[in-house]
Design a protein around this ligand. Structure first.
Ligand code: NAI
Ligand code: MG
Length: 318
């Protein structure tokens, strides 16, 4: 199995080595190779990612990614949007798990407001929100496939945005075809209700930007952005990354929380059939946190590397 390791920028360069260490500990025989993308590459050669990196990523069975810095510059194309698009990683899966919370946000990952069709004019700028029947149906089937006994919650703004009327209809039809019970909520009310009554929710499916916002907000339930892993899944490729960004405010100090990245490595293991190993990693993370090995964002004093060592030590004992 070939695993591309992509630290990216900022704290990506600190948390990915820790998560890679966990993977290497469990699967030392896999072939790991680094791929450099991001702001650093942009400063050096004027592009954050090139054809060679896209090829290296598309040759991998799995990609473990950190985060990239994306400046708010109209000429800077987001590396992540390009990778998600080129590898057709259409399902962004964001589990939010903790005491009293066990939900999965499934975010459509290739279209919507992040379709990349936009232009700036003097005095105005326009971004097209493209929603297709094909894109909506495949994310709906993917999300329905994750529902185990409960129901599927559909988050839209179909009362106001016409592209969500299409999305909503497609998801309902696919849920019914799959025999999955569904409910719907408008995304603004859903953001609040998920925070107030998390136990009501299992699998939530929504469009690209709404899922982006909802999943960061849901991080509140489990200790913040440093805790949330994600998987970006397509029919041919699988890409795993923490939900958080490059956190320039704390980068370079060795205090970033590596839990989101380690849990992303656990999602990678689970995706490729190593369910027991994934459980072992998650259990080791929980045990390390319970023992008080925590980075400052969780009120502790441990470093990124110390959390990694504590987790590997507990996998060894598992
Ligand atoms: P961010 O997620 O990098 O940081 C938000 C806040 O959470 C910061 O105060 C940060 O210190 C804290 N935080 C995030 N992850 C943490 C961790 N593991 N441990 C401890 N604290 C953590 O989001 P922000 O500030 O909006 O964006 C910073 C840069 O990251 C921007 O250039 C943005 O475009 C990029 N970004 C990249 C993403 C990616 O590569 N997937 C996702 C989100 C943002
Ligand atoms: Mg985000």
């Amino acid at each position: 199995m070939k695993v591309a390791i992509v630290p990216g920028d900022g704290i990506g360069r600190e948390v990915v080595p820790v998560a890679e260490g966990v993977l290497r500990y469990i699967r030392p025989e896999w072939d790991y190779y680094p791929v450099e993308v991001g702001y650093g590459r942009w400063e050096r050669c004027g592009a954050a990612i090139g054809a060679e990196e896209i090829r290296a990523l598309s040759e991998a069975d799995a990609i473990l990614f950190g985060a990239v810095t994306t400046p708010p510059d109209p000429d800077y194309l987001s590396v992540l949007l390009q990778i998600r698009h080129d590898l057709d990683l259409y399902a962004n899966v964001r589990p939010v798990r903790g005491p009293g919370v066990d939900l999965i946000i499934v975010r459509e990952n290739t279209e919507g407001l992040y379709s990349g069709i936009e232009w700036s004019l003097p005095g105005s700028a326009c971004t097209l929100r493209v929603v297709t029947e094909r894109g909506s149906r495949r994310i709906a089937r993917f999300a329905a496939g994750l529902v185990k006994g409960g129901h599927l919650t559909i988050g839209t703004k179909a009362n106001v945005i016409k592209s969500d009327v299409l999305f909503r209809r497609c998801v309902i039809e696919e849920a019914e075809a799959a025999g999955v019970a569904w409910e719907e909520k408008y995304i603004d009310a859903l953001c609040l209700d998920v925070l107030m009554h998390p136990a009501r929710y299992g699998v939530i499916v929504t469009t690209n930007i709404f899922g982006d916002i909802l999943s960061d907000a849901a991080g509140y339930l489990v200790g913040g952005l440093g805790m949330l892993p994600s998987a970006n899944i397509g029919d041919k490729h699988a890409f795993f990354e923490p939900v958080h960004g490059s956190a320039p405010d704390i980068a370079g100090r060795g205090i970033a929380n590596p839990v989101a990245a380690i849990r992303s490595a656990a999602l990678l293991l689970a995706h490729f059939g190593y369910a027991d190993e994934a459980v072992a990693v998650d259990a080791a993370v929980n045990a390390a946190l319970a023992a008080g090995v925590r980075t400052p964002d969780l009120g502790g004093a441990a470093s990124t590397v110390q959390v990694g060592e504590a987790v590997i030590g507990r996998i060894r004992e598992w």
